[in-house]
Ligand binder design. Structure first.
Ligand SMILES: Cc1ncc(COP(=O)(O)O)c(C=O)c1O
Length: 423
């Protein structure tokens, strides 16, 4: 067996990856669309955005889509749209990007974290049920790193209690849960479309819903120039000023590029799916490594596989740490790093910061009890940072290159003993 590169051997990855990792794919069509907006001086208008919203709504088969200038803004609007306010509780998972939930503090709501399923790294519906109280207004279901949350039981829990479900689709554009597009299962979906995402169109976000009240409340919150289209009589009376004091309009350079990207997204996403599934097929059975993807017979998919990760089982590799594992794989020339987003429930902003001068930590400023969660209060979540690692995000199905990268991972697990002997 060839010696590990980290111990002085030849790296497993020898071929130039070319454009296999490049994203987004920008062609003259995108350039022409952006130039048209620039030349018309239409960056701050809404004509292209309204067309993009129409495309987006049609893709998802929903009534309403509302463009935003960031995913953070779209999620904030979704929270307000659902009526989340002072003293209400929102349940979310702890391992996610902060913008899945932090905006709730700005609405005076209380953030409660539920544990995650360590196989899917999404909300564990059983723990969600344990965390529900009479104050729970919203459940935030994050389709984390592309994996669709188990929406069936979550919708059952929510609908039985009049709780609203927001889907954070930022990592999962085009993913399906049991055949249904994510973002269309909860009461409202919201998502980032910033440049690093699978649907990458610049700083941008989108909210989608079938619920007229959520849609109109979202308009009223951050889209002052569109309040004229609101039908709700109470909201209509307030038209002209944004209720949140926010300006959340999408930049039309993004919506113009978005229309072009969307046209090609299905085809490009399918190639990513083929490439990523091939990578995992090659690693099937490798000790210590487990795919983070739905079972093939589940009719669920990973969409554009944003930020793909694997599950790490150190017990199968003699206890080799995920850091040492990743360092050895990187030395072989493949892209990987340990962990994923840090756990929010441990961060001082959620435990100590008095952001608005309430004289108490903002997280509990309007709570009926201290909901702050100790470091070991979410056992499955707490174990995750040592059990996940990123994998290469292939945008093209190029089997020879993908095989080399998979070989890098296999080479390291096959010689985990040599790494352990070294330390
Ligand atoms: C899960 C998740 N939610 C929300 C956001 C916020 O989106 P944006 O950066 O477009 O504001 C991001 C990422 O950026 C994210 O990863």
């Amino acid at each position: 067996m060839e010696q590990l590169a980290i111990l002085g051997g030849e790296p497993a990855v020898r071929t130039d990856p070319g454009d296999i990792f490049d994203w987004p794919i920008i062609t003259e069509e995108d350039e022409a669309a952006a130039l048209d907006v620039l030349r018309r001086g239409a960056m701050s208008g809404t004509d292209v955005t309204v067309e993009f919203e129409r495309d987006f709504a049609e893709w998802h088969g929903v009534k309403y889509a509302l463009g935003h200038n960031t995913g953070t803004a779209s999620l904030h609007s979704a929270m307000f749209g659902c009526g989340l306010g002072v003293g209400d509780e929102i349940i979310c998972q702890s391992m996610t990007f902060w913008a899945s939930v932090l905006q709730a503090m700005n609405l005076g709501a209380t953030i409660v974290f539920a544990d995650m399923d360590p196989e899917t790294i999404t909300l564990d519906p059983d723990d969600v049920e344990r965390k529900i109280t009479p104050r729970t207004k919203v459940i935030m279901a994050v389709h984390y790193m592309g994996y669709p949350t188990d929406m069936g039981p979550i919708m059952e829990l929510a609908n039985a209690r009049g709780i609203k479900v927001i889907e954070d689709v930022s990592h999962a554009h085009g993913a399906r849960y049991k055949g249904q597009l994510v973002g269309t299962i909860g009461h409202v979906g919201a998502m980032s479309c910033m440049s690093g995402k699978a649907l990458a169109i610049g700083e941008a976000g989108m909210l989608i819903t079938d619920d007229q009240e959520i849609y109109e409340r979202a308009i009223a919150f951050g889209h002052y120039e569109r309040t004229g289209q609101i039908e709700h009589p109470e909201l209509q009376k307030l038209a002209g000023l944004p209720l949140g004091g926010f300006k959340y309009r999408m930049n039309q350079l993004s919506s113009a590029v978005g229309r072009v990207q969307l046209k090609h997204y299905q085809e490009r996403m399918e190639e990513i799916q083929r490439a990523m599934n091939y990578f995992w097929d090659l690693l099937e059975g490798a000790p210590g490594l487990q795919a983070h993807r739905p079972p093939p017979d589940s009719d669920s998919t990973m969409g554009g596989w944003y930020s793909p990760h694997g599950l790490y089982v150190p017990e199968e590799l003699g206890g080799l740490s995920v850091e040492d594992f990743c360092a050895a794989v990187r030395a072989e020339g493949a892209r990987t790093s340990p962990g994923a987003n840090f756990l929010l429930h441990r961060h001082p902003v959620l435990n100590e910061a008095d952001v608005y001068g309430d004289g108490t930590p903002t997280r509990i400023a309007h709570a009926d009890r201290d909901v702050r969660q100790e470091a070991d209060s979410l056992p499955k979540s707490d174990s995750l940072p040592e059990r996940v690692y990123s994998i290469p995000w292939f945008k093209h199905y190029r089997p020879e290159i993908i095989r080399e990268h998979a070989a890098a991972f296999r080479k390291v697990v096959a010689q985990a003993g040599a790494l352990l002997d070294r330390s």
